[in-house]
Design a protein around this ligand. Structure first.
Ligand SMILES: Cc1cc2nc3c(=O)[nH]c(=O)nc-3n(C[C@H](O)[C@H](O)[C@H](O)COP(=O)(O)OP(=O)(O)OC[C@H]3O[C@@H](n4cnc5c(N)ncnc54)[C@H](O)[C@@H]3O)c2cc1C
Length: 395
């Protein structure tokens, strides 16, 4: 008898887990449920608009629905539209792959001042997530806290010329917003030394190759590795990007129209003025789930499992989700005990507003049909339009 498996979250970890489950046991009923009307999580709303090669993984994920028989239930938020308890009663197994949608707070005085924005909030707005806040004014001298790849993604988008954004899927609104920013200088602050910074060398190299970028080591870069040193030596554009390593943020205060960041360095305390602050120091839950409690409970007897960023925290990229999905699928198959009384997807019968994979394929085709010489797709961004694309065509 085939087991009924619900996966909460249609991002990379949910998709890879479904793929691995159905590869090993094609008769399983695997349902991927997502709060958004569309699948793929951060592949669509986190991976940078100008990294279309990385987004190509979506084509692989599509086959889970078109060939492996997984079903997609979109626009269905577990914890709000359907309780997790109801889901657990209906399915033999529930996999929590809901990611970490919140920005980790800086945890210093002033971290909630106007002008401080999280990298997740900023990238969601840039990539037209339907629940995103408005794009903020960054001013002439934004400061980025964090030296991981998300920070470098943001630096790259802020530094690119309109020509360099060609081929991306950055929307018209975000493109206009970028063009309207009057950024003259960007400061990047990291706690670690240059050698211990988390960005990948390839990302720094790509940043340094942009026509406007002038990477500079403004503080604490004496142990910079070969790639960073070459990037600093080889970039000479009109937009200075000053890296300040070994600088631990301790407080933010208002200063004129902007902010002032105090950092602790080996030389003592220093202050840095900024027109806005983008914190790119990682992600956390948004309070929808009692993550700690659920992780403590997860395991075979509870018929509850966790995957991806929801389980590991905000570390690891898409390839790690694949490895983990394969491991987790095997564990589930070893432990599952199907119960014919479980109703599975019948739980959602008659619910209005749920989207399926056909719906996504229709939206996808519409978005691709909106491509131009400059953009590889035109994203549909408003939830209403995503739910009722026919209205969009009539408009
Ligand atoms: C800005 C940014 C850029 C990145 N760039 C890259 C990159 O270039 N290359 C790379 O390899 N990795 C990149 N990563 C990392 C990669 O995105 C993650 O490793 C991966 O997305 C984690 O997958 P996940 O499935 O755990 O989470 P997610 O991708 O976040 O998916 C979680 C899904 O769960 C859904 N969900 C949440 N709550 C609920 C709920 N209550 N009910 C139903 N559904 C829910 C969400 O809508 C979402 O679709 C990037 C990450 C970020 C933040």
């Amino acid at each position: 008898m085939s087991a009924k498996i619900a996966i909460v979250g249609g991002g990379p970890s949910g998709c890879y887990t479904a793929q691995a489950l159905l590869k090993r046991a094609p008769d399983l009923e695997v349902d991927i449920i997502d709060a958004l009307p569309v699948p793929y999580g951060l592949v669509r709303y986190g991976v940078a608009a100008d990294h279309q090669g990385t987004k190509g993984v979506a084509r692989q994920f599509a086959r889970i629905f078109t060939r492996q028989n997984a079903q997609f239930f979109g626009n269905l938020r577990i914890g709000r539209d359907v309780t997790l308890e109801a889901l657990r009663r209906a399915y033999d197994v529930v996999v929590l792959a809901a990611g970490l949608p919140g920005d980790r707070p800086l945890g210093i005085p002033g971290d909630d001042l106007p002008g401080v924005i999280g990298s997740g909030a900023l990238t969601r707005a840039l990539y037209e997530h339907p629940d995103a806040e408005a794009l903020p004014e960054l001013g002439e001298a934004p400061l980025v806290i964090g030296t991981g790849n998300v920070a470098v993604d943001i630096l790259r988008l802020l530094a690119k010329t309109p020509e360099e954004l060609s081929g991306s899927d950055l929307g018209a609104g975000p493109s206009d917003w970028l063009a309207a920013q009057k950024i003259r200088q960007i400061t990047v602050v990291g706690r670690s030394s240059a050698a211990a910074a988390r960005f990948s060398p390839v990302m720094i190299k790509e940043l340094a190759e942009l026509s406007r970028v002038d990477l500079r080591l403004a503080a604490g870069g004496s142990d910079a590795g070969e790639v960073l040193a070459a990037a600093v030596a080889g970039s000479a554009g009109p937009l200075p990007i000053d890296f300040r390593f070994e600088s631990r943020p301790v407080a933010l205060e208002p200063l004129g129209d902007g902010l002032q960041l105090t950092v602790e360095t080996p030389r003592g305390r220093e202050t840095i003025a900024a027109s806005s602050v983008i914190s790119a120091i990682g992600f956390t839950g948004d309070g929808s789930f009692d993550r700690d409690g659920l992780l403590a409970e997860a395991g075979g007897a509870a018929r509850l499992y966790a995957a991806g960023w929801f389980r590991t925290g905000p570390v690891g990229a898409i390839p790690q989700c694949r490895e983990e999905g394969q491991r987790l699928a095997q564990q589930i198959l070893d432990e599952v005990q199907p119960d014919p009384a479980r109703i599975g997807r019948a739980l959602f019968a008659g619910r209005a507003g749920i989207t399926d994979f056909d719906h996504w394929q229709h939206l996808d085709a519409l978005e691709l049909a909106g491509a131009t010489d400059q953009r590889c797709r035109r994203k549909i961004s408003r939830r209403d339009d995503m739910l009722r694309p026919a209205n969009l065509q009539d408009a």
